[in-house]
Design a protein around this ligand. Structure first.
Ligand code: PLP
Length: 435
């Protein structure tokens, strides 16, 4: 098929899928119009927007979501990796009720923050930790700590990295980013990045990266790339920060433990608070103790809700009783099986699709060939991602429009088999567009 004909057929298929989506959701469409009158585009979190308008959920239970038009979906998005416990987990609900009974905001220190700090430092090998309200805030604080510790100004994120709403480096720096002086490294490009580090070493405070890109397409950093970063930063007095806001779920001790490369600081977020707003930064004592308020030169670190009892109590129960090291291993094995099954399917049908990631985090890409760097995804056709997303929704499966999924503990092997069947149905229906 000629490229122009194929492109026209993708447009037609997508238009039809959008029409069918809208026709089946009159209440959602009406609510979208109402939302758009008071929020830009009817949206208060950009990533949740999808065309023609997003699903609007009424309730959630276990691994299922129900929208306001009464459609039910298997939740494969898992709140972009934060929803690891599924919905309304009984032990989490009980912990939340305990926190409510204890009182929410004391304006004072309490025991629950100590317990969670003990759990988190032990599990993720941190000397000291500080809590925040989000992953974005954790990264902002980790970068600030690195700049104060080194007395240097500049930071090095990597192209394709996402560290929060104000730290977004998908294709260079986003216009709404915090005004850090940045030099962008290149993910998995050892020579180019090594050269950049050497060239900017005098004024480089920190190198920050996700050891596997999450939002950037579930692309793992190679062991050689990580080893180079560790070696270069250590030799030049630069703070190495692993953003493990997503990836800490991939191994009982986080991805750093799995790779065997220990950064100076790590940041955490998402699921660690048991589903409540959460962030944390921590690591080497020499850096973190700059925040010790008993020091005359202590750095300030504020945040009204940093130690709110809801997050601290629920997070402690979630991390010690629900997402135990054994549960973590089992969940990631299930994800590995699902990714393999998807890739086998793509091979069998000889379609240009690939599933990347590790363990319970998976991304499906409409492309053939190796995906080792973010640049390998530059030429993918966004319309094919949308088509898969809408086809799976029509089949009762919810994931991110960009092809991202993060399994929760409530997703079963049977659910995964259903996902494989639904993707197979998409392939057989759209095969001419995917070869
Ligand atoms: N870092 C990574 C790797 C993330 O994926 C995210 C959120 O998706 C963040 C940081 C920001 O976390 P939050 O949304 O809690 O601010």
């Amino acid at each position: 098929m000629a490229n122009s004909e194929r492109s026209a057929r993708i447009d037609a298929a997508l238009d039809e899928a959008k029409r069918a989506f809208a026709a089946a959701r009159p209440k959602t469409e009406a609510m979208q119009a109402r939302a758009a009158a008071v929020m830009p585009g009817g949206n208060t979190r950009t990533v949740l927007f999808s065309a023609p308008f997003p699903v609007r959920v009424e309730k959630a239970e276990g691994s299922r979501l129900t929208d306001i038009d009464g459609h039910s979906y298997l939740d494969l998005l898992g709140e972009y990796s934060a929803g690891i416990y599924g919905h309304s987990h009984r032990r989490i609900m009980a912990a939340a009720r305990d926190a409510l009974a204890m009182g929410l905001n004391f304006g004072a220190q309490h025991g629950e923050e100590v317990k969670l700090a003990e759990t988190v430092t032990r599990r993720f090998a941190l000397d000291l930790v500080r809590f925040t309200n989000s992953g974005t805030e954790a990264n902002m604080m980790a970068l600030a700590a690195a700049r104060c510790f080194t007395g240097r100004r500049r930071i090095m994120p990597l192209r394709g990295g996402y560290h929060g709403g104000t730290l977004y480096f998908s294709h260079g720096a986003s216009p709404v980013n915090a005004p850090f002086d940045c030099v962008l490294g290149l993910f998995n490009d050892i020579d180019a990045t090594q050269l950049l580090i050497a060239g900017h070493a005098d004024d480089l405070a920190a190198v920050i990266l996700e050891p596997m890109l999450g939002g950037g397409g579930c692309i793992s950093a190679s062991p050689e790339f990580l080893a180079m970063l560790r070696q270069e930063t250590a030799a030049r007095g630069i703070v190495l920060i692993f953003d493990e806001v997503m990836t800490s779920r991939l191994h009982p001790g986080g991805l750093a433990a799995k790779t065997g490369i220990e950064p100076d600081l790590k940041t955490l977020g998402k699921y660690v608070g048991g589903g409540m707003s959460f962030g944390a930064f921590g690591g080497k004592r020499a850096i973190m103790e700059l925040f010790d308020p008993t020091r005359p030169d202590a750095l300030p670190h504020a945040g009204t809700f940093n130690n709110n009892t809801l997050t601290m109590t629920v997070g402690q129960v979630a991390m010690t009783e629900v997402f135990t090291p054994d549960a973590c291993v089992e969940l990631n094995e299930r994800g590995d099986r699902l990714r393999s099954a998807l890739n086998e399917l793509f091979m069998r049908y000889q379609v240009k699709m690939r599933a990347t990631g590790q363990g319970s985090m998976i991304a499906i890409h409409p492309t053939a060939g190796d995906i080792a760097r973010p640049e390998d995804l530059d030429a993918t056709d966004k319309r094919l991602r949308q088509l898969l997303f809408l086809d799976l929704l029509a089949d009762g499966i919810y994931m991110a429009e960009r092809g991202f999924m993060a399994l929760s503990l409530m997703v079963t092997d049977e659910d995964c088999a259903r996902v494989v069947s639904a993707v197979e149905a998409h392939i057989t229906a759209r095969r001419d567009l995917l070869v």
